[in-house]
Design a protein around this ligand. Sequence first.
Ligand SMILES: [Zn+2]
Length: 92
Amino acid sequence: MLRAFFKFLWYVLWALFIYKMITFFKKSTYSPNKNKANTTVSGEIKKIKTYKDPICGTFVDPSIAVVYEHKGEKYYFCSEKCKEEFLKRIEK
Ligand SMILES: [Zn+2]
């Protein structure tokens, strides 16, 4: 009885090991291809830290964003419009 239990445990461990191996290989084989395909899209986004526009909620690249400093904190906007909207809101 105990032996059967250990045998079962052994199988479970093996199954886990194989599962881990499969997921590991999936990661190592799939992701580089994905990265290659998306280098212009997600690859760059990952490298550059983006900031959330507090008005419209889009993530903006700080190098192209409209930056506004308010009370020592920097805010990044996708456009002048959003910045103006923000200024209106903080004036209130
Ligand atoms: Zn915006």
